[in-house]
Design a protein around this ligand. Sequence first.
Ligand SMILES: NC(=O)c1ccc[n+]([C@@H]2O[C@H](COP(=O)([O-])OP(=O)(O)OC[C@H]3O[C@@H](n4cnc5c(N)ncnc54)[C@H](OP(=O)(O)O)[C@@H]3O)[C@@H](O)[C@H]2O)c1
Length: 376
Amino acid sequence: MAKSAVQNRGLLLSSFKESLQIVDLPSPDASTGSVVVAVLATFVAPYAANVYNGTMQFNLPLPMTPGFSCVGRVHKTGADATSLKENDLVFVDPVVRGRDSADVTFLLGHFEGLHPAGRSLMENVWRNGTLQKFVAVPLENCFRLNENRLVKELSYTHAELATLLPYAVAAGPLLETANLQAGETIVIGPAGGTYSGAAVEIALALGANVVALGRSEEKLASLRKVLGDTERLQTVVMTGEPAKDVPTLQKLLPDGADVHNNWTPTGASEAIYLNTVGAVLKRNARVVLSGGTNTTEGLPNGLVVLKDISVTGKFMYNPKTVQGLIGFVSSGLLKIGERSGAVLRTFGLEQSLEALEVATKHGSWKDYIVVTPNDA
Ligand SMILES: NC(=O)c1ccc[n+]([C@@H]2O[C@H](COP(=O)([O-])OP(=O)(O)OC[C@H]3O[C@@H](n4cnc5c(N)ncnc54)[C@H](OP(=O)(O)O)[C@@H]3O)[C@@H](O)[C@H]2O)c1
Protein backbone atom coordinates (compact mmCIF):
# COMPACT_ATOMS: atom_id res chain seq x y z
CA MET A 1 0.00 0.00 0.00
CA ALA A 2 1.28 3.47 -0.88
CA LYS A 3 2.30 5.64 2.03
CA SER A 4 2.11 9.40 2.00
CA ALA A 5 5.22 11.24 0.86
CA VAL A 6 7.62 12.15 3.63
CA GLN A 7 10.30 14.76 3.88
CA ASN A 8 13.64 13.07 3.93
CA ARG A 9 16.72 14.58 5.57
CA GLY A 10 20.21 13.33 6.14
CA LEU A 11 23.93 13.65 5.60
CA LEU A 12 25.31 14.56 2.21
CA LEU A 13 28.90 13.82 1.23
CA SER A 14 29.64 15.87 -1.90
CA SER A 15 33.41 15.85 -1.85
CA PHE A 16 36.18 14.42 0.32
CA LYS A 17 37.57 17.95 0.55
CA GLU A 18 34.40 19.43 2.07
CA SER A 19 32.61 18.71 5.32
CA LEU A 20 29.51 16.58 5.37
CA GLN A 21 26.29 18.59 5.35
CA ILE A 22 22.92 17.85 6.92
CA VAL A 23 20.33 18.73 4.30
CA ASP A 24 16.84 17.94 3.03
CA LEU A 25 17.07 15.02 0.61
CA PRO A 26 14.76 13.43 -1.97
CA SER A 27 12.56 10.71 -0.48
CA PRO A 28 13.50 7.28 -1.85
CA ASP A 29 10.84 5.12 -3.50
CA ALA A 30 10.37 1.40 -3.05
CA SER A 31 10.78 -0.10 -6.49
CA THR A 32 10.62 -3.83 -7.14
CA GLY A 33 13.33 -5.60 -5.15
CA SER A 34 13.71 -2.83 -2.63
CA VAL A 35 12.33 -1.66 0.68
CA VAL A 36 12.23 1.86 2.05
CA VAL A 37 13.17 1.78 5.73
CA ALA A 38 12.62 4.56 8.25
CA VAL A 39 15.98 4.56 10.01
CA LEU A 40 15.65 4.31 13.80
CA ALA A 41 19.25 3.66 14.84
CA THR A 42 22.41 3.39 12.80
CA PHE A 43 25.77 2.14 14.12
CA VAL A 44 28.71 4.52 13.62
CA ALA A 45 32.00 2.64 13.31
CA PRO A 46 35.00 4.17 15.13
CA TYR A 47 36.72 4.81 11.79
CA ALA A 48 33.61 6.13 9.98
CA ALA A 49 34.83 9.75 9.87
CA ASN A 50 38.03 8.58 8.19
CA VAL A 51 35.99 6.85 5.50
CA TYR A 52 33.88 9.93 4.86
CA ASN A 53 36.77 12.44 4.90
CA GLY A 54 38.74 10.40 2.37
CA THR A 55 41.55 9.34 4.72
CA MET A 56 40.83 5.66 4.11
CA GLN A 57 40.71 6.28 0.35
CA PHE A 58 37.53 4.33 -0.30
CA ASN A 59 36.23 5.06 -3.78
CA LEU A 60 32.69 6.07 -2.79
CA PRO A 61 30.44 7.45 -5.54
CA LEU A 62 29.82 11.13 -4.84
CA PRO A 63 27.54 12.78 -3.98
CA MET A 64 26.11 10.23 -1.58
CA THR A 65 24.64 9.76 1.86
CA PRO A 66 26.93 7.63 4.02
CA GLY A 67 25.88 5.26 6.78
CA PHE A 68 26.34 1.59 7.55
CA SER A 69 23.86 -0.95 8.96
CA CYS A 70 20.76 0.12 10.86
CA VAL A 71 17.68 -0.92 12.71
CA GLY A 72 14.59 0.58 11.19
CA ARG A 73 10.91 0.26 10.47
CA VAL A 74 9.66 -0.79 7.07
CA HIS A 75 8.09 2.30 5.55
CA LYS A 76 7.23 0.91 2.16
CA THR A 77 7.91 -2.33 0.31
CA GLY A 78 8.44 -3.00 -3.36
CA ALA A 79 5.79 -5.00 -5.23
CA ASP A 80 7.70 -8.28 -4.84
CA ALA A 81 7.84 -8.39 -1.04
CA THR A 82 6.14 -11.59 0.06
CA SER A 83 6.71 -11.50 3.80
CA LEU A 84 7.91 -8.09 4.97
CA LYS A 85 5.18 -5.60 5.78
CA GLU A 86 4.95 -1.93 6.59
CA ASN A 87 5.91 -1.17 10.21
CA ASP A 88 7.94 -4.37 10.63
CA LEU A 89 11.05 -3.75 12.72
CA VAL A 90 14.10 -4.85 10.73
CA PHE A 91 17.86 -5.09 10.97
CA VAL A 92 19.36 -3.82 7.72
CA ASP A 93 22.42 -5.84 6.75
CA PRO A 94 24.87 -3.50 4.98
CA VAL A 95 26.47 -6.30 2.94
CA VAL A 96 24.95 -5.83 -0.52
CA ARG A 97 25.52 -8.83 -2.77
CA GLY A 98 25.21 -9.14 -6.52
CA ARG A 99 21.93 -10.93 -7.20
CA ASP A 100 23.46 -12.68 -10.19
CA SER A 101 27.03 -13.06 -8.91
CA ALA A 102 28.40 -14.08 -5.54
CA ASP A 103 31.67 -12.35 -6.52
CA VAL A 104 30.06 -8.92 -6.20
CA THR A 105 29.87 -7.48 -2.70
CA PHE A 106 29.94 -3.98 -1.27
CA LEU A 107 28.97 -2.32 2.01
CA LEU A 108 26.02 0.03 1.90
CA GLY A 109 27.02 3.65 2.42
CA HIS A 110 30.52 2.62 3.45
CA PHE A 111 32.81 0.61 1.16
CA GLU A 112 32.66 -0.06 -2.56
CA GLY A 113 34.36 -3.49 -2.37
CA LEU A 114 36.85 -4.90 -4.84
CA HIS A 115 34.70 -5.79 -7.84
CA PRO A 116 34.04 -3.11 -10.49
CA ALA A 117 30.47 -4.38 -10.83
CA GLY A 118 29.97 -3.79 -7.09
CA ARG A 119 31.20 -0.22 -7.42
CA SER A 120 28.85 0.23 -10.34
CA LEU A 121 25.93 -1.27 -8.38
CA MET A 122 26.71 1.13 -5.56
CA GLU A 123 26.90 4.09 -7.92
CA ASN A 124 23.79 3.33 -9.93
CA VAL A 125 21.39 1.55 -7.62
CA TRP A 126 22.29 1.48 -3.90
CA ARG A 127 24.27 4.69 -3.61
CA ASN A 128 22.99 5.97 -0.29
CA GLY A 129 23.42 4.70 3.24
CA THR A 130 21.61 4.99 6.53
CA LEU A 131 22.59 8.41 7.90
CA GLN A 132 19.24 9.76 6.75
CA LYS A 133 15.62 9.42 7.79
CA PHE A 134 14.59 7.11 4.96
CA VAL A 135 16.81 4.73 3.02
CA ALA A 136 16.08 2.38 0.12
CA VAL A 137 17.75 -0.99 0.59
CA PRO A 138 17.63 -4.39 -1.13
CA LEU A 139 14.66 -6.45 0.04
CA GLU A 140 16.91 -9.38 0.98
CA ASN A 141 19.02 -7.19 3.26
CA CYS A 142 16.11 -6.64 5.65
CA PHE A 143 15.94 -9.13 8.53
CA ARG A 144 12.73 -8.93 10.49
CA LEU A 145 13.24 -8.57 14.25
CA ASN A 146 10.71 -10.11 16.61
CA GLU A 147 9.69 -6.86 18.26
CA ASN A 148 7.58 -8.55 20.89
CA ARG A 149 10.51 -10.68 22.07
CA LEU A 150 13.40 -8.26 21.63
CA VAL A 151 11.79 -4.93 22.52
CA LYS A 152 8.83 -5.77 24.76
CA GLU A 153 10.07 -8.86 26.62
CA LEU A 154 13.85 -8.32 26.60
CA SER A 155 13.59 -4.49 26.67
CA TYR A 156 16.24 -3.88 24.04
CA THR A 157 16.29 -0.33 22.68
CA HIS A 158 16.64 0.32 18.96
CA ALA A 159 20.11 1.72 19.60
CA GLU A 160 21.15 -1.45 21.38
CA LEU A 161 19.86 -3.57 18.50
CA ALA A 162 21.89 -1.43 16.09
CA THR A 163 25.02 -2.76 17.82
CA LEU A 164 24.32 -6.18 16.26
CA LEU A 165 26.65 -5.13 13.44
CA PRO A 166 30.02 -5.78 15.15
CA TYR A 167 28.70 -9.13 16.37
CA ALA A 168 27.73 -10.10 12.82
CA VAL A 169 31.20 -9.17 11.57
CA ALA A 170 32.70 -11.34 14.33
CA ALA A 171 30.28 -14.21 13.76
CA GLY A 172 31.27 -14.60 10.09
CA PRO A 173 34.77 -15.98 10.75
CA LEU A 174 33.75 -18.05 13.76
CA LEU A 175 30.50 -19.65 12.57
CA GLU A 176 31.12 -19.85 8.86
CA THR A 177 34.85 -20.14 8.30
CA ALA A 178 36.19 -21.75 11.48
CA ASN A 179 32.98 -23.67 12.24
CA LEU A 180 33.92 -23.21 15.90
CA GLN A 181 32.42 -25.87 18.16
CA ALA A 182 31.54 -25.90 21.86
CA GLY A 183 34.46 -27.19 23.88
CA GLU A 184 37.08 -26.22 21.30
CA THR A 185 39.85 -23.77 22.12
CA ILE A 186 40.21 -20.58 20.14
CA VAL A 187 42.94 -17.95 20.40
CA ILE A 188 41.73 -14.47 19.42
CA GLY A 189 44.10 -11.57 18.97
CA PRO A 190 44.56 -8.71 19.12
CA ALA A 191 41.36 -8.96 21.13
CA GLY A 192 40.68 -5.40 22.26
CA GLY A 193 38.98 -3.95 19.17
CA THR A 194 35.33 -3.34 18.31
CA TYR A 195 35.17 -6.46 16.16
CA SER A 196 37.74 -8.65 17.87
CA GLY A 197 36.14 -8.01 21.28
CA ALA A 198 32.81 -9.07 19.78
CA ALA A 199 34.56 -12.20 18.48
CA VAL A 200 35.50 -13.07 22.08
CA GLU A 201 31.85 -12.72 23.07
CA ILE A 202 30.57 -14.82 20.18
CA ALA A 203 33.14 -17.55 20.86
CA LEU A 204 32.08 -17.68 24.52
CA ALA A 205 28.40 -17.80 23.50
CA LEU A 206 29.24 -20.75 21.24
CA GLY A 207 30.67 -22.62 24.24
CA ALA A 208 34.32 -22.42 23.24
CA ASN A 209 37.32 -21.93 25.51
CA VAL A 210 38.79 -18.56 24.61
CA VAL A 211 42.30 -17.20 24.95
CA ALA A 212 42.27 -13.46 24.27
CA LEU A 213 45.57 -11.78 23.45
CA GLY A 214 46.51 -8.15 24.04
CA ARG A 215 49.36 -5.93 25.09
CA SER A 216 47.72 -4.19 28.03
CA GLU A 217 46.93 -6.05 31.26
CA GLU A 218 44.54 -3.25 32.18
CA LYS A 219 42.46 -3.73 29.01
CA LEU A 220 42.53 -7.50 29.31
CA ALA A 221 41.44 -7.29 32.95
CA SER A 222 38.56 -5.08 31.84
CA LEU A 223 37.65 -7.62 29.14
CA ARG A 224 37.51 -10.39 31.77
CA LYS A 225 35.51 -8.26 34.17
CA VAL A 226 32.94 -7.14 31.59
CA LEU A 227 32.51 -10.71 30.36
CA GLY A 228 31.93 -12.04 33.85
CA ASP A 229 35.24 -13.65 34.75
CA THR A 230 34.19 -16.99 33.28
CA GLU A 231 36.77 -19.76 33.50
CA ARG A 232 36.32 -20.32 29.75
CA LEU A 233 38.01 -16.97 29.11
CA GLN A 234 41.73 -16.59 29.70
CA THR A 235 43.80 -13.61 28.69
CA VAL A 236 47.48 -13.28 27.93
CA VAL A 237 49.53 -10.11 27.97
CA MET A 238 51.82 -10.42 24.98
CA THR A 239 55.25 -8.83 24.89
CA GLY A 240 55.40 -8.95 21.09
CA GLU A 241 58.56 -11.06 21.28
CA PRO A 242 57.91 -14.65 20.15
CA ALA A 243 60.83 -15.92 22.25
CA LYS A 244 58.94 -14.82 25.36
CA ASP A 245 55.35 -15.24 24.20
CA VAL A 246 55.56 -18.75 22.72
CA PRO A 247 56.52 -20.42 26.03
CA THR A 248 53.74 -18.48 27.79
CA LEU A 249 51.13 -19.76 25.33
CA GLN A 250 52.56 -23.28 25.37
CA LYS A 251 52.30 -23.36 29.16
CA LEU A 252 48.71 -22.11 29.05
CA LEU A 253 47.67 -24.46 26.23
CA PRO A 254 49.62 -27.71 26.60
CA ASP A 255 47.10 -29.44 24.29
CA GLY A 256 47.17 -26.63 21.74
CA ALA A 257 44.49 -24.54 20.05
CA ASP A 258 41.88 -25.62 17.49
CA VAL A 259 41.29 -22.19 16.00
CA HIS A 260 43.05 -18.83 15.73
CA ASN A 261 41.11 -15.76 14.66
CA ASN A 262 43.46 -12.89 13.81
CA TRP A 263 42.23 -9.28 13.91
CA THR A 264 45.37 -7.30 13.12
CA PRO A 265 44.40 -3.63 12.67
CA THR A 266 44.66 -1.78 9.38
CA GLY A 267 48.10 -0.31 8.77
CA ALA A 268 50.03 -2.86 10.86
CA SER A 269 53.13 -4.04 9.06
CA GLU A 270 52.72 -7.65 10.21
CA ALA A 271 49.91 -9.98 11.19
CA ILE A 272 50.25 -9.37 14.92
CA TYR A 273 50.74 -12.54 17.06
CA LEU A 274 50.21 -14.88 14.07
CA ASN A 275 53.70 -16.36 14.23
CA THR A 276 53.51 -16.83 17.98
CA VAL A 277 50.08 -18.47 17.93
CA GLY A 278 51.32 -20.76 15.16
CA ALA A 279 53.48 -22.53 17.75
CA VAL A 280 50.42 -23.73 19.68
CA LEU A 281 48.15 -24.77 16.83
CA LYS A 282 46.94 -28.37 16.80
CA ARG A 283 47.01 -30.61 13.75
CA ASN A 284 44.10 -29.61 11.46
CA ALA A 285 43.77 -26.26 13.22
CA ARG A 286 41.85 -23.51 11.43
CA VAL A 287 43.32 -20.02 11.14
CA VAL A 288 40.96 -17.26 10.07
CA LEU A 289 42.41 -13.89 9.07
CA SER A 290 39.87 -11.13 9.68
CA GLY A 291 42.00 -8.02 10.12
CA GLY A 292 42.91 -5.15 7.87
CA THR A 293 46.67 -5.60 7.54
CA ASN A 294 48.05 -6.00 4.05
CA THR A 295 50.39 -8.85 4.87
CA THR A 296 49.67 -12.50 5.54
CA GLU A 297 53.22 -13.22 6.63
CA GLY A 298 53.63 -15.02 9.91
CA LEU A 299 52.90 -18.73 9.79
CA PRO A 300 55.87 -20.82 8.67
CA ASN A 301 55.00 -22.78 5.50
CA GLY A 302 56.43 -25.97 7.02
CA LEU A 303 54.11 -25.70 10.02
CA VAL A 304 51.04 -25.16 7.85
CA VAL A 305 51.95 -28.10 5.61
CA LEU A 306 53.11 -30.56 8.25
CA LYS A 307 50.14 -29.94 10.54
CA ASP A 308 47.46 -29.74 7.80
CA ILE A 309 46.50 -26.26 8.96
CA SER A 310 43.94 -24.33 6.95
CA VAL A 311 44.42 -20.58 6.60
CA THR A 312 41.41 -18.66 5.33
CA GLY A 313 40.45 -15.02 5.06
CA LYS A 314 36.97 -13.85 5.90
CA PHE A 315 35.18 -10.69 4.85
CA MET A 316 31.95 -9.96 6.72
CA TYR A 317 29.43 -12.87 6.81
CA ASN A 318 26.55 -14.59 5.03
CA PRO A 319 22.82 -13.85 5.51
CA LYS A 320 22.34 -17.12 7.41
CA THR A 321 24.75 -15.84 10.04
CA VAL A 322 22.69 -12.67 10.56
CA GLN A 323 19.61 -14.83 11.11
CA GLY A 324 21.54 -17.05 13.50
CA LEU A 325 22.89 -14.07 15.41
CA ILE A 326 19.41 -12.60 15.84
CA GLY A 327 18.41 -16.02 17.22
CA PHE A 328 21.31 -15.92 19.71
CA VAL A 329 20.14 -12.56 21.03
CA SER A 330 16.43 -13.47 21.02
CA SER A 331 17.12 -16.64 22.99
CA GLY A 332 19.24 -14.76 25.54
CA LEU A 333 22.34 -16.83 24.70
CA LEU A 334 24.12 -13.64 23.68
CA LYS A 335 23.51 -10.44 25.61
CA ILE A 336 24.18 -7.17 23.85
CA GLY A 337 23.80 -3.50 24.77
CA GLU A 338 23.96 -2.06 28.27
CA ARG A 339 23.31 -5.37 30.06
CA SER A 340 26.46 -6.67 28.35
CA GLY A 341 28.52 -3.82 29.81
CA ALA A 342 28.28 -1.52 26.78
CA VAL A 343 28.04 2.25 26.96
CA LEU A 344 25.83 3.64 24.22
CA ARG A 345 26.21 7.24 23.09
CA THR A 346 23.20 8.20 20.98
CA PHE A 347 22.84 11.28 18.79
CA GLY A 348 19.92 12.66 16.81
CA LEU A 349 20.29 13.19 13.06
CA GLU A 350 21.09 16.89 13.52
CA GLN A 351 23.99 15.87 15.81
CA SER A 352 25.42 13.37 13.31
CA LEU A 353 28.63 15.31 12.75
CA GLU A 354 29.27 15.34 16.48
CA ALA A 355 28.51 11.60 16.53
CA LEU A 356 31.24 11.02 13.94
CA GLU A 357 33.73 13.02 16.01
CA VAL A 358 32.82 11.18 19.21
CA ALA A 359 33.10 7.84 17.40
CA THR A 360 36.63 8.75 16.29
CA LYS A 361 37.57 9.71 19.83
CA HIS A 362 35.76 7.11 21.91
CA GLY A 363 34.37 4.40 19.63
CA SER A 364 35.71 1.02 20.69
CA TRP A 365 34.59 -2.33 22.05
CA LYS A 366 31.67 -1.64 24.43
CA ASP A 367 31.70 2.08 23.68
CA TYR A 368 29.25 2.31 20.83
CA ILE A 369 28.06 5.38 18.94
CA VAL A 370 24.61 5.34 17.37
CA VAL A 371 22.67 7.95 15.38
CA THR A 372 18.87 7.89 15.68
CA PRO A 373 17.32 9.71 12.67
CA ASN A 374 13.70 8.78 13.61
CA ASP A 375 12.21 8.27 17.07
CA ALA A 376 9.91 5.29 16.59
N1 LIG B 1 36.98 -9.11 8.17
C1 LIG B 1 36.05 -8.18 8.09
O1 LIG B 1 35.01 -8.35 7.46
C2 LIG B 1 36.27 -6.89 8.81
C3 LIG B 1 35.18 -6.03 9.00
C4 LIG B 1 35.40 -4.85 9.68
C5 LIG B 1 36.66 -4.51 10.10
N2 LIG B 1 37.71 -5.37 9.87
C6 LIG B 1 39.08 -5.05 10.28
O2 LIG B 1 39.41 -5.74 11.47
C7 LIG B 1 40.53 -5.09 12.08
C8 LIG B 1 40.32 -5.06 13.57
O3 LIG B 1 39.26 -4.20 13.90
P1 LIG B 1 38.87 -3.91 15.43
O4 LIG B 1 37.88 -2.80 15.40
O5 LIG B 1 38.50 -5.15 16.11
O6 LIG B 1 40.23 -3.43 16.08
P2 LIG B 1 41.10 -2.10 15.80
O7 LIG B 1 40.46 -0.95 16.49
O8 LIG B 1 41.40 -1.96 14.37
O9 LIG B 1 42.43 -2.53 16.54
C9 LIG B 1 42.49 -2.42 17.91
C10 LIG B 1 43.19 -3.62 18.51
O10 LIG B 1 44.48 -3.81 17.92
C11 LIG B 1 45.47 -3.75 18.94
N3 LIG B 1 46.70 -3.20 18.43
C12 LIG B 1 46.86 -2.10 17.68
N4 LIG B 1 48.17 -1.93 17.34
C13 LIG B 1 48.84 -2.95 17.94
C14 LIG B 1 50.20 -3.31 18.01
N5 LIG B 1 51.14 -2.62 17.37
N6 LIG B 1 50.53 -4.41 18.71
C15 LIG B 1 49.60 -5.13 19.35
N7 LIG B 1 48.29 -4.83 19.32
C16 LIG B 1 47.91 -3.75 18.63
C17 LIG B 1 44.85 -2.88 20.01
O11 LIG B 1 45.49 -3.12 21.22
P3 LIG B 1 45.27 -2.17 22.49
O12 LIG B 1 43.89 -2.48 22.95
O13 LIG B 1 46.33 -2.60 23.44
O14 LIG B 1 45.42 -0.75 22.00
C18 LIG B 1 43.40 -3.37 19.97
O15 LIG B 1 43.26 -4.61 20.63
C19 LIG B 1 40.61 -3.72 11.41
O16 LIG B 1 41.69 -3.71 10.51
C20 LIG B 1 39.31 -3.62 10.66
O17 LIG B 1 39.41 -2.83 9.50
C21 LIG B 1 37.52 -6.55 9.25
